[in-house]
Design a protein around this ligand. Structure first.
Ligand code: FDA
Length: 307
């Protein structure tokens, strides 16, 4: 019951101010956010590489309100890519981007987001890596898929995310399970209405399995984004049945969640990519992590009350 309330709060400016200023917040935020600056995240990337893990980097931010903020978001990614190039880490680190941070919701936002994300995709390709477009709420997805298709004309390795809680996703998965495509499947982290999305956890999980099967049996590169042990073992079984080798799909999990599992899967020979978020505009990302697990909220409340 708490999840939808927290997700509603994730869009409230008043709550943003309260949570950001509360004593004790930082301690909990640090569990999910790898740092505020590129300098702080670099040791985390190198440490992950030393442990046999790969990363996808998210400069946190979303729902910006001016074209200048969108340009600043683009520049933050370009700075990150420049740093990865200097460090020779291009092959180990991909980028994940939210198009709302690149101006998608502003007037003329579809074109603006495409214009801002393109230089990031070009810069990523120049250092031997790629970009995945995160999935945000359902109203943004037609635009996201159109931008994805446009980018793939020149950069076919550009990835995108699909969410099993949405009714539309099986059809999207069939379209996307084509040669050369890279698709991350997740359950979905936004508050969606019953007209477009399953509300029941069991239905979301069943849809996840159906979609994984489509991706594993297809010709693309499936990226399994989940911490759910049951879905991870089903993914392994489906990959085996589809005759996929270990380097023909990958697992992805979030920084700070089930870190022992990251290492276990990597040790088994799987490609394991840790979604590593950093930056100062962490509020929306943080609140979605709280919504996913009520115990996080208790931990958060306790850390505020004990400060
Ligand atoms: P589930 O929520 O059932 O969790 C399984 C277990 O994992 C829990 O029992 C718990 O042990 C642990 N766990 C999960 N979440 C936790 C948390 N926040 N804190 C502590 N423990 C937790 N969503 C989206 O809408 N668009 C996107 O682009 C992305 N991108 C993305 C990338 C990657 C790499 C991952 C792993 C996830 C996303 N998501 C996302 C988020 C996704 O939609 C979903 O909300 C979370 O992954 C939680 O779902 P699980 O599949 O982990 O299962």
């Amino acid at each position: 019951m708490l999840g939808p309330v927290i997700l509603a709060a994730s869009r409230s400016d008043q709550m943003r101010r309260f949570v950001s200023a509360a004593p004790g917040t930082k301690q909990v935020v640090d569990r999910f956010i790898a740092g505020e600056t590129v300098d702080q995240v670099v040791p985390i990337i190198t440490d992950a590489a030393d442990k046999g893990l790969e990363v996808t980097l998210d400069v946190v931010g979303e729902d910006i309100t001016t074209p200048e903020q969108a340009a600043a978001a683009r520049d933050a990614y370009l700075e990150l890519i420049e740093r990865l190039k200097d460090l020779g880490l291009g092959a180990k680190a991909e980028m994940s981007v939210k198009l709302s941070m690149f101006g998608q919701a502003l007037e003329g936002g579809h074109e603006l987001a495409l214009a801002n994300v393109r230089p990031v995709v070009i810069a990523a390709a120049a250092i031997g890596t790629t970009v995945t477009l995160d999935a945000e709420d359902h109203t943004t997805l037609d635009s996201m898929f159109a931008i994805h298709e446009e980018l793939r004309k020149d950069f076919p390795q550009t990835g995108c995310v699909i969410q099993s809680y949405l009714f539309r996703t099986e059809e999207d998965a069939r379209r996307l399970a084509a040669a050369g495509s890279r698709v991350r499947i997740v359950k979905g982290a936004y508050k969606e209405p019953a007209e477009v999305a399953y509300q029941d956890k069991a239905e979301i999980d069943k849809a996840y399995v159906r979609i994984m099967r489509i991706l594993m049996e297809g010709d693309g590169y499936p990226m399994i984004g989940s911490h759910d042990p049951r879905l991870i073992s089903i993914a392994q079984e489906l990959a085996h049945r589809a005759g996929r080798k270990l380097d023909e799909y990958e697992f992805q999990m979030l920084y700070g969640i089930r870190s022992d599992e990251h290492l276990r899967l990597a040790a088994e020979g799987h490609r394991m990519r840790v979604y590593t978020a950093y930056g100062t505009d962490w509020y929306g990302y943080f609140m979605r992590r709280l919504a996913e697990k009520p115990a996080n909220l208790l931990f958060f409340a306790r850390s505020i009350l004990t400060k």
